[in-house]
Design a protein around this ligand. Structure first.
Ligand code: GUN
Ligand code: ZN
Length: 460
């Protein structure tokens, strides 16, 4: 049998940004994607195009026709990339009716305190990783737990899952609750040990590539002294390939408190900037209430903003100024922010991003951006890969990238299946996927050509 597989299905992807290139959306109605050993490992994309043309170029390849008799309507998309999602918050999803600081205090921090227990940490890690894969997410920048023991459990499960995971221990040394506090010395030592055990580790599926990466993660400046931010900076500087992530400008009360805690800082961003934490591989979540100086500085440092519209809506944080980010040259990706957000679905997240721009009050400082289905696809795939500096590896179906893909195949008779069947073009198909699609429509998910999720057959 050939070691090359030719997947046959309609596919859509954005190999470039629709914010920069109006023709960024690329589609193939009867598509072929040839996958086999190559520069990105054993599951590299070797050729793409019309099925008949790709098959003619690789007649020995084993054909996997995803459009079986019971899968008449289906679409292959690049795997989703979630750039802000909290591992220890799976079980607090759905806590409505609170603003950020009350929600932290009453809803999530009591749950996060339970992660000193390895069995609890392991059980939730499994729930979390199944949640990602089951929603078609193949890569995630994951906010971890405050406990090193929980991070060992998490990375172990992540390794077994086959997903691409960038994650780190969350550190804080004030204003949360005592059991979640550490010290700069301990944060550095535990971080160093976790990096040694997990950063750049291959998966158990035998892939020759590293799917686990470490992200240095102070929770937010409200709960971080200058000392602990310096410890984070030391870890970041000493670890080639490490990423940095934290929260920024999410909530007005939070911003006031940070201002009082850092009187010498120019603004919220400056608390990270002064510590040397900003760079090409820095991803800051939310940034709803950004100043012009902060946006200019983010652009100058080439950092990314992870837009989390479901969370911004659920916690009442505000409207994300997408147009101002783009105008300043700040890269934007999407994050579900489980569990401040409303679940793992990146399709839902995209839809909410669209809603928020639709509803944004016009006029200074607001100016809505007209988001198209192609923008939504880009934001939930390649934009995330770019934010994580993993776009040489994943994010779209370009030849030479790994085959990270999600096959969406709505059950027969559902509204999504009906709309796709009658859709007049790829933009309509995409709009229907973001409006109507969800976990129930995810049939199979691959990372680097390895199948990491298959929808269970319905119980009879
Ligand atoms: N800021 C600090 N911690 C958190 C968190 O867990 N969720 C959100 N949305 N914002 C935060
Ligand atoms: Zn968050």
């Amino acid at each position: 049998m050939s070691d090359r597989i030719l997947y046959r299905a309609p596919y859509l992807h954005t190999p470039t940004s629709p914010f920069l290139h109006p023709e960024a959306l690329k589609t193939e109605h009867d598509g072929g994607i040839l996958v086999g050993p190559g520069v990105a490992g054993k599951g590299t994309i070797l050729a793409t195009g019309a099925f008949t043309a790709v098959q003619a170029s690789a007649p020995d390849a084993t054909v996997h026709d995803l459009r079986g008799p019971d899968t008449r309507v289906g679409v292959l998309l690049p795997g989703f990339v979630d750039t802000h999602v909290h591992y220890p918050q799976v079980r607090v999803l759905g806590g409505l009716g609170m603003g950020l600081l009350e929600w932290l205090d009453r809803n999530t921090l009591p749950e996060e305190a339970k992660f000193s227990s390895a069995p609890h940490a392991r059980a939730v890690a499994k729930e979390f990783l199944s949640g990602l894969a089951g929603h078609g997410t193949t890569t995630a920048l994951v906010f971890g737990s405050h406990f090193a023991v929980a991070m060992d459990e998490f990375f172990g499960e992540a390794r077994a899952s086959g997903l691409r995971i960038v994650a780190g221990q969350v550190v804080s040394d004030r204003m949360l609750r005592p059991e979640l506090h550490t010290t700069p010395e301990r944060a550095y030592q535990e971080g160093k040990a976790l990096i040694g055990r997990w950063h750049g580790q291959p998966t158990e599926t035998g892939a020759a590539e590293d799917r686990l990466l470490y992200a240095v993660t102070p929770r937010f400046s409200l709960s971080a002294s200058e000392g602990i931010l310096d410890a984070c900076a030391a870890l970041l500087q000493e670890t080639p390939g490490a990423r940095f992530t934290s929260h920024l400008n999410e909530n007005l009360q939070e911003i006031e408190t940070v201002r009082a805690l850092f009187p010498q800082a120019r603004d919220y961003l400056d608390t990270y900037e002064r510590a040397g934490l900003l760079g090409r591989r820095s991803v800051l979540a939310h940034n709803v209430h950004a100043t012009d100086r902060e946006l200019d500085s983010m652009a100058a440092h080439h950092c990314s903003a992870a837009h989390c519209p479901c969370s911004n809506s659920a916690l009442g944080s505000g409207f994300f100024p997408l147009r101002r980010h783009l105008a300043a040259g700040v890269h934007v990706s999407l994050g579900t922010d489980v569990g401040g957000g409303t679940g793992f679905g990146m399709l839902k997240e995209g839809l909410q991003a669209y809603f928020m721009q639709q509803l944004m009050p016009a006029g200074s400082p607001f100016s809505p951006y007209p988001v198209s289905p192609a923008h939504l696809l880009y934001l939930s795939t390649l934009a995330g890969a770019e934010a994580l500096d993993l776009h040489d590896r994943c994010g779209d179906f370009s030849v030479g990238k790994a085959f990270d893909a999600t096959y969406l195949n709505p059950p027969v008779g559902t509204p999504l299946e009906t709309v796709i069947r009658h859709a007049e073009g790829p933009e309509r198909v995409l709009a229907a996927l973001f409006t109507l699609g969800g976990a129930a429509d995810v049939r199979q998910v691959w990372v680097g050509g390895d199948s990491v999720y298959t929808r269970p057959r319905p119980e009879s």
